[in-house]
Ligand binder design. Structure first.
Ligand code: MG
Ligand code: MG
Length: 248
């Protein structure tokens, strides 16, 4: 069931990636995602998600975060994508009671080399997790390597948001950080057969600090430099890992 949910998320993100071009709005992408979700008989999990700061449920099916926006950007017909932007689309659904959650960040048209490097390094962090996830592995080992790789590239890992377990609910235990904290070392996640995690590295080109805009949702970097966010729903199965939201 999680494979089916994951493959729908992948199909929608592939379509949105194809449609996202200079001149297209993030609101148009949101409409496509919502249509595809409903046609598949699924529910868009972000739409109506309660805001932690005010009475303003999330209005979109996707989070669309451009450039210095890290996560939770509100899709809008007024937000027109431009050549050179980097766009992060986060998308989650529930299908037959099971959830899928995935995010991509990619360039619109031609992007600057430092932005491309940010995308490459963020993908590299997720690849570290995909390669190393297996029964018996401690998450702190993977998180430590992710953190080190980002640092060596001259980037910062965001510490305010983390990945999560996923199943019949989008956000389940445990919390899955992309860095090593005292909390993680004290209460490490030892992976076992059958566990399913949404792993979602968030990397800033500049400093790690982020803040939420007055719209109650959009999270931006404090130094206004670009950030990237890439996520897959990943199962620990058959002695290794399987990416349930892998795109074709
Ligand atoms: Mg997500
Ligand atoms: Mg997630």
């Amino acid at each position: 069931m999680l494979r089916r949910a994951g493959s729908l998320v992948a199909k929608v993100l592939s379509k949105l990636k194809e449609e996202a071009k200079p001149g297209v709005s993030t609101g148009e992408l949101d409409s496509i995602a919502l249509d595809m979700t409903r046609q598949a008989g699924a529910t868009a999990l972000f739409k109506g998600f309660p805001c932690p700061y005010m009475d303003k449920p999330f209005p979109g099916a996707i989070c669309a975060s451009v450039n210095e926006e890290l996560v939770h950007g509100i899709p809008s017909k007024k937000r027109i994508l431009k050549d050179g932007d980097i766009l992060s689309i986060d998308f989650g659904i529930k299908l037959n009671g099971y959830c899928g959650d995935s995010a991509v960040t990619f360039g619109i048209g031609q992007i600057a080399p430092d932005r491309q490097k940010l995308l490459d390094v963020t993908q590299q962090l997720l690849d570290i997790a995909i390669q190393q996830m297996a029964p018996g592995v401690k998450w702190s080992v993977i998180a430590g390597e992710m953190e080190k790789t980002a640092k060596e590239a001259g980037f910062s890992i965001v510490k305010d948001y983390v990945g999560h377990g996923i199943g019949t609910e989008m956000h389940e235990d445990p919390k899955v950080p992309n860095f090593v904290s005292r909390d993680l070392l004290r209460d490490d996640i030892v992976l076992k057969e059958g566990i399913v995690l949404a792993v979602e590295p968030m990397v800033n080109m500049g400093k790690a600090g982020v803040r939420t805009l007055s719209d109650g949702w959009t999270v931006v970097t404090k130094d206004k430099k670009c950030s990237a966010h890439i996520e897959h729903t990943i199962a620990v199965v058959n002695g290794g890992s399987e990416v349930l939201t892998a795109r074709e």
